[in-house]
Design a protein around this ligand. Structure first.
Ligand SMILES: Nc1ncnc2c1ncn2[C@@H]1O[C@H](COP(=O)(O)OP(=O)(O)OP(=O)(O)O)[C@@H](O)[C@H]1O
Ligand SMILES: [Mg+2]
Length: 243
């Protein structure tokens, strides 16, 4: 277990390029045990790149990334779930040709679950009755909102120490955004650390404890989420959205 105040995740001075395009230029952030941290920024700021780099889907040019005190640079993508790091990508990370239950079973098997699959499944269906109705349906045939419910349910059947979430509210109706955040609050209450990237700045800042503002691959501001939420200049200068 991490010591109190020892970061679960520490990203230090990370630089990442796609060929000639530099996407992250010296990015540093920390997530402590039980903390919800948001990274907000406009399109192309580097948010997805940051999460992909943390879970070793992209190489760094410079800098270090430590999960529970060890470098993630030598960890294969499929090993992260067992270590307690679950990344739910923008594309949701579900298998479209598999049913709801089959998808959840795969997530369950990838992690080191303590309870039975049946108990885990019961919890998912209690949280999202709609998934129960569609349990034998192929994931690819469900609506975008239902697919996002399924993606988030992976964190119920295989609870990680840290959950990396890329745009959980993307493409969802306001009602579904509330549903998604209702589940995220439940996960937060279990003590799970969450690193969330969002263009839905308001939803992210209302949910997070702390936040970082990413602009053109650099952290330009950081602080208590509630303080950033009240900062009108931040919204107009860095995020390109109206408050
Ligand atoms: N595969 C790639 N090849 C080349 N450039 C890329 C690639 N993926 C991302 N980029 C560039 O890296 C920068 C950061 O992209 P990234 O997807 O991380 O942004 P983002 O903050 O997640 O944006 P959005 O809010 O639109 O999802 C952008 O300028 C983007 O064009
Ligand atoms: Mg993105």
């Amino acid at each position: 277990m991490p010591q109190l105040n020892e970061p679960v995740l520490a990203v230090r001075d990370v630089h990442v390029s796609y060929g000639a395009i530099t996407a992250l230029r010296g990015c540093s952030l920390e997530v402590l045990a039980g903390e919800v941290v948001a990274v907000v920024g406009a399109n192309g700021a580097g948010k997805t790149t940051l999460l992909k780099t943390i879970s070793n889907l992209l190489p760094t040019r410079k800098g270090t990334i430590e999960f529970l005190g060890s470098s993630t640079r030598t960890v294969a993508a499929h090993q992260f779930a067992k270590m307690g790091l679950l990344h739910i990508p923008e594309s949701r990370g579900i298998l479209r040709g598999q049913t709801v239950v089959e998808n959840l079973r795969l997530s369950y098997d990838m992690a080191d679950g303590k309870r039975s699959f049946k108990d885990a499944l019961d919890e998912v269906f209690a949280a999202f009755p709609r998934l129960f109705e569609r349990k034998d349906q192929k994931a690819g045939n469900m609506s975008g909102g239902e697919q996002q419910m399924l993606a988030l349910s992976r964190a119920i059947v295989a609870p990680p120490k840290i959950l990396l979430l890329d745009e959980p509210s993307l493409g969802l109706s306001p009602l579904m955004v509330r549903e998604a955040y209702r589940l995220l609050k439940r996960l937060r209450e279990t003590g799970m650390s969450i690193l969330l990237v969002e263009q839905n700045v308001r939803a992210a800042l209302e949910f997070a404890n702390r936040a970082y503002v990413l602009r053109q691959g650099k952290i330009v501001q950081q602080g208590e989420a509630s303080v950033l939420l009240a900062d009108e200049d931040l919204f107009t200068n860095y995020l390109g959205v109206n408050h």
